[in-house]
Design a protein around this ligand. Structure first.
Ligand SMILES: Nc1nc2c(ncn2[C@@H]2O[C@H](COP(=O)(O)OP(=O)(O)OP(=O)(O)O)[C@@H](O)[C@H]2O)c(=O)[nH]1
Length: 268
């Protein structure tokens, strides 16, 4: 970064944004990747740059879009991760909002641009204008409101309408797991896992209130999105697609290759 002819460096990322180990999935039954380690290409690319003390040519960033019914806890989930706060009082998101979170993954700088969208019907047309160019779609439901789980397919369909088929990693996230007694929680998780598998999404259950699984979830998102960026860099001229049907089959090599990107300035 150059400011007035001087080179300035961004501040270091906080410790909980530094990722060396490949983050685990929540449930192997609905996972985008069962592998335990980075792709060999990712490791090699990171090692090579570090050995040559070479900076990455451009800031690597992936666009993440968070969708779901009104009041399911999208804003709280993002705020818990980005600001480590929890807001008890509901304030509707008007249109969209976004946060940029910086990471260091395998020694390389990486950012997630996280778009929070409104669940209210009247803001849908504003929010949907921002779905385009997503590398990750997070569909959110409230674990204490099973109807919101039924609606996640529709949310995904609408988000995918603005993106290339098979071009995005999809997550299905159940929020507010702190509200359920353990038996009910297990039942709802089972339903979530089943629907996630149908949607070719990876399932997670979290609580923005207690913070349970929030950090692990976003680390997982960042790691998968990062690998996709690296793959794109090293294999730029070969068009690849994960295919939506391939997402929960962990052994398929095509997932490791990463999706086709809608390349935007600043994003990978
Ligand atoms: N108990 C509990 N309550 C939560 C949790 N997450 C969110 N809430 C509550 O749920 C309500 C809605 O949360 P928001 O994050 O604003 O919901 P949203 O999905 O962003 O809503 P829209 O912006 O209208 O689409 C708020 O009153 C939060 O306090 C959680 O993990 N546990």
């Amino acid at each position: 970064m150059h400011v007035n002819g001087m080179t300035s460096f961004p501040p270091p990322v906080s410790r909980d944004r530094v990722i060396w180990e490949f983050p685990k999935c929540y449930s192997p039954e609905a996972s985008l990747q069962l592998k335990k380690d980075w792709n060999s290409g990712t490791r090699a690319a990171c090692k090579d740059r570090a050995a040559r003390h070479q900076p990455w040519d451009r800031q690597k960033m992936s666009k993440v879009v968070v969708v779901g019914d009104v009041n399911v806890g999208k804003t709280c989930l993002i705020n818990r991760f980005c600001k480590d706060v929890f807001e008890r009082d509901y304030k509707a998101t008007i249109g969209v909002d976004f946060e940029i979170e910086r990471f260091q993954i395998c020694g390389a700088p990486f950012s997630l641009q996280i778009w929070d969208t409104a669940g209210q019907e009247k803001f849908k047309c504003i929010a949907s204008a921002y779905y385009r160019g997503a590398q990750v779609i997070i569909t959110v439901f409230d674990m204490a409101d099973i109807k919101s789980l039924d609606h996640t397919r529709q949310w995904l369909e609408e988000a995918m309408r603005e993106n290339e088929p098979g071009s995005c990693f999809v997550f299905l996230v159940g929020t507010k797991n702190d509200l359920l007694p353990s038996e009910e929680r297990q039942r709802t998780e089972k339903d979530g896992v089943r629907i996630a598998a149908e949607m070719h999404a990876e399932f997670w259950a979290v609580s923005a209130k207690s913070g349970e699984n929030v950090q692990s979830f976003f680390s997982r998102v960042a790691a998968l999105a990062f690998e996709q960026c690296i793959q794109k860099d090293t294999d730029d001229d070969v068009p690849v697609s994960i295919g939506r049907g391939a997402a929960i089959k962990p052994d398929r090599a095509n997932l490791e290759e990463g999706p086709v990107q809608d390349t935007k300035r600043g994003c990978c």
